[in-house]
Design a protein around this ligand. Structure first.
Ligand code: 13P
Length: 334
């Protein structure tokens, strides 16, 4: 394993108060977002949309890396340039989602396990040859009455660690994403307990699988009350619970933590990241963003599949990326 290669990629991904843009929605997820806006659920419209994103002028001022879906790396812009080449020209580090989604975990009602380990070593080697420098794998943990179970957590942690070890072997930085969902009516405290348990299990599994922590990026949820919880805690309470959880469970060797947004509004996700930076200026890891919806949604709403809206949508994307870069410095003004 070439640890210097991994560290070099990580430092580009975390550089200069920029963040990561997740634009790796699978076909079903992209279709779901398009359907809500009446955008045709076709490959051509996904191409147009990804073109809108990668050709946004100045995106590289705030975005250091972009997570792509396999379909996108085979697509070109109207003028025949590959999406991947455009990102590279802008100096945006390209990465790829390599999990294949979740299925039910048999015997554990309500829990999921992520698929995609079979043949993964070969797929990763091919991606590395094509110039991708990092990968992403998402595990999903749901909070409910009797879930997550210890086995649900352990199974997902093990699979994440297998994926991460395979990535490092071929020189790709693994983004390790254990997402505790905000669906449900649980409290902030319950989310904190579950997130801490999950992170402990994930870091134990990474250690057992000989993953070098200096060469990964963690992509966790913020610690939040469930979206149906009657008590919606304020910015400071969320910041305190989230950072306390990480201080207790994320080793200092991990160079960066890049949040997913998980269904928060764009503004709230930015405000919460900002509040963490104001309250905790000396964290052991870089604390940044790897949002999909919280960066893209305003732009997607504006575009709505119409060519005449592309420029205005790009402006919103650029602005939202910039606001998150400000949040990374604690200087965002809502
Ligand atoms: P959201 O920011 O929309 O949660 O997406 C992040 C992501 O990459 C999910 O895997």
């Amino acid at each position: 394993m070439d640890i210097n290669l991994l560290k070099g990629t990580v430092s580009r991904m975390l550089a200069d108060d920029k963040g990561l843009l997740a634009m790796d929605e699978s076909i079903p997820t992209a279709n779901k977002r398009f359907k809500a806006l009446g955008i045709p659920e076709t490959e051509e419209y996904r191409r147009k949309y990804r073109q809108l994103i990668v050709t946004t002028q100045g995106l590289e001022e705030y975005i250091s890396g972009a997570i792509l879906f396999d379909e996108t790396i085979h697509q070109q812009t109207d003028d025949g340039r590959s999406m991947l080449a455009i990102l590279k020209e802008k100096g945006i580090v390209p990465g790829i989602k390599v999990d294949q989604g979740t299925v039910d975990l048999p015997g554990f009602p309500g829990e999921k396990i992520t698929e995609g380990l079979d043949g993964l070593a070969t797929r990763l080697a091919n991606y590395a040859k094509q110039g991708l420098l990092f990968a992403k794998w998402r595990a999903v943990i749901t909070i409910g009455n009797d879930i997550p179970t210890p086995m649900g957590i352990k199974a997902n942690a093990f699979v994440l660690a297998r994926y991460a070890a395979l990535c490092q072997q071929v020189g790709l930085v693994p983004i390790v994403e254990p997402e505790v969902l905000m669906d449900g009516s649980h409290t902030l405290q319950r989310c904190a307990e579950v997130t801490e348990q999950v992170l402990h299990a994930v870091f134990a599994a990474l250690h057992h699988m000989k993953v070098v922590l200096d060469g990964i990026i963690l992509k966790p949820n913020m610690v939040l009350p469930g979206k149906d919880c009657p008590v919606q805690d304020d910015l400071e309470a969320v910041a305190d619970a989230t950072i306390q959880c990480f201080m207790r469970s994320v080793p200092a060797a991990v160079p960066g933590i890049a949040f997913l947004s998980g269904g928060q509004s764009a503004q709230l996700a930015t405000e919460r990241l900002n509040t963490m930076h104001i309250g905790y200026p000396d964290m052991p890891w870089a604390l940044t963003f790897s949002f999909s919806r919280a960066i893209q949604q305003p732009a997607l709403d504006k575009w709505a599949g119409k060519d005449e809206n592309v420029a205005a949508a790009q402006q919103l994307l650029y602005e939202r990326a910039g606001l998150n870069a400000e949040a990374r410095q604690g200087s965002y003004m809502p």
